[in-house]
Design a protein around this ligand. Structure first.
Ligand code: ADP
Ligand code: MG
Length: 490
């Protein structure tokens, strides 16, 4: 019976698929299993009685090293694993004590396990980890990861830059700090909601983040919850793309589209106006001529004569309008010359100086001394300035302060001319219509509503812009932007 038991144990020992050796506490080799002999090419008789240091190192004395696994196991009476490298082969040498009835180490079993495959996988994995961490590190998108409670776990350099935390990201106690109040919670609940992008994922939503200096920055956010193997939330990660530049371009594009729409409108209205003006011009000449002839036959004091005078007055008015319309549409023939913007201002103001409406208006000139040359049709641009100045005086009812300012943007090579008044301002509703031909809020007969539309056409023809910079109950500022003339260098 006992023999059978022993046989059985020996068979188990021999069937172990990894080489295994039994060593006595005095370092004598006791026995080894079949696999051991297969690998080391020796027979049982040859190793029995040999010391481990003789067998493994070919020395006659124990190494007495503190690191000797046998010494450790004898001392601790616990198993010990020694990682071992043999050329391309990685081994785990596992030493386990066999204790006798008194709890003393009777034998030590040494199993040699080939872990080369696992080691290779491990090194591949660490290579992949390393690669991922490099990818994250060098990504142009800002990437962060936070644990379940919001504690920051990762912030790549792009994120540090976006959030302006410098190299010290430690003062960020919680991911909530990175968003405006309440936003982080909102994002988390969106992440958990199946209806917004899929469970645990959000992609490309526009939101604001808060940088360390308090600036709110609009970004595009993609985020994900990271689940562990048991499907529990273990962390969250987010990728941000700064949208500031994109938004700025979008804004400029919108502005350009608005401008384009306005100039298209003006161009087609201009053509129409020119056509109408031509058609009206001839009959007007007839009306004026016949009215003049009738008048010659009428008494000084007759009622009819006063009626005819009204006809002539109105017809003359029509003629004025037709004249402006033609000026407005006949913009191609212009005579350009080079003039300092301040001289242009002085010239234009001279033409308005004697008008009654300016008597109670204080005119303030803030003209920059810089070199600000224009290459323009001075007559036409004077007309623009005069239109703006008369509008300003109208808006102030002849009483207030009119300021004219000139300056330039050197790098953009632009010259600015501003005309501000302290008048009643322009209502939100009218703001989009003031440049339309015939739009006027002034009493009929007093004005044509053509001033600003003509100004618009002229400024555009010069590659410039005219716009309302500011308006409100306190007054209005019109802004003219014109390209600066840069004389060619010798
Ligand atoms: N400086 C200003 N302040 C207030 N409203 C203005 C000003 N300039 C222009 N507007 C408004 O724009 C309208 C159109 O101006 P404009 O084309 O010059 O025609 P008009 O002066 O003949 O009415 C004006 O009727 C007025 O309502
Ligand atoms: Mg006007």
């Amino acid at each position: 019976m006992e023999n059978e038991e022993l046989n059985w144990r020996l068979r188990v020992f021999d069937s172990l698929s990894y080489p295994t050796l039994i060593i006595k506490p005095d370092y004598t080799l006791e026995s080894a299993n079949r696999r051991f002999f297969e690998i080391f090419g020796q027979r049982a008789e040859e190793i029995k009685g040999e010391k481990c240091y003789q067998f493994f190192y070919g020395t006659e004395n124990p190494c007495n090293s503190k690191n000797c696994p046998l010494v450790r196991v004898l001392h601790t009476k616990q198993g010990y694993t020694l990682p071992w490298r043999n050329k391309d082969r990685w081994e785990d040498r596992v030493f386990s004590p066999i204790l006798d009835d008194d709890g003393e180490v009777a034998y030590i079993i040494e199993s040699i396990r080939d872990v080369t495959r696992i080691k290779k996988l491990e090194s591949e994995l660490s290579g992949i980890k390393e690669l991922i961490s490099r990818v994250v590190h060098s990504s142009a998108s800002a990437i962060i990861a936070a644990d379940k409670k919001g504690g920051m776990q990762l912030m790549n350099p792009a994120a540090k830059e976006l959030f302006k935390v410098g190299d010290n990201a430690r003062h960020i106690k919680n991911a909530e700090q990175l968003y405006p109040p309440g936003k982080a919670k909102e994002i988390m609940s969106m992440l958990r909601d199946e209806n917004t992008g899929g469970k645990g994922k959000l992609s490309g939503i526009r939101t604001n983040i808060v940088a360390a200096d308090g600036e709110e920055i609009t970004v595009e956010l993609s985020a994900a919850i990271i689940y562990d193997d048991d499907d529990n939330e273990s962390a969250t990660m987010a990728i941000y793309n700064d949208l500031r530049k994109k938004l700025e371009i979008e804004k400029q594009l919108k502005e350009a589209q608005k401008q384009l729409a306005q100039s298209e409108k003006m161009a087609s209205l201009g053509q129409l106006a020119a056509g109408v003006a031509h058609e009206i011009n001839n009959p007007l000449t007839g009306i004026l001529m016949y009215a003049g002839m009738i008048m010659e036959h009428l008494d000084e004091n007759s009622q009819l004569r006063r009626d005819i005078e009204c006809i002539i007055e109105d017809a003359n008015r029509c003629r004025e309008i037709v004249k402006s319309l033609l000026a407005y549409s006949r913009s191609s023939d212009s005579k350009r010359s080079i003039i300092h913007v301040n001289d242009l201002v002085e010239q234009s103001f001279k033409l308005t100086r004697d008008q009654k409406i300016f008597r109670n208006i204080h005119i303030e000139k803030q003209l920059s001394e810089e070199m600000m040359l224009l290459n323009v049709d001075t007559n036409k641009l004077s007309q623009v300035i005069i239109n703006l100045v008369i509008n300003a005086a109208d808006a102030m009812d002849g009483e207030g302060r009119l300021t004219v300012r000139t300056c330039r943007d050197k790098s953009a090579q632009k010259i600015f001319l501003e005309i501000s008044d302290t008048g009643y301002g322009i209502s939100e509703e009218n703001l989009s219509k003031i440049f339309d031909p015939f739009f006027s809020t002034k009493p009929r007969g007093k004005s044509t509503g053509l001033g600003l539309s003509i100004a618009y056409g002229i400024v555009e023809e010069h590659g410039g812009r005219i716009s309302v910079k500011e308006t409100g109950p306190g007054g209005t500022t019109f802004l003219l932007e014109l390209p600066q003339y840069i004389p060619a260098e010798e």
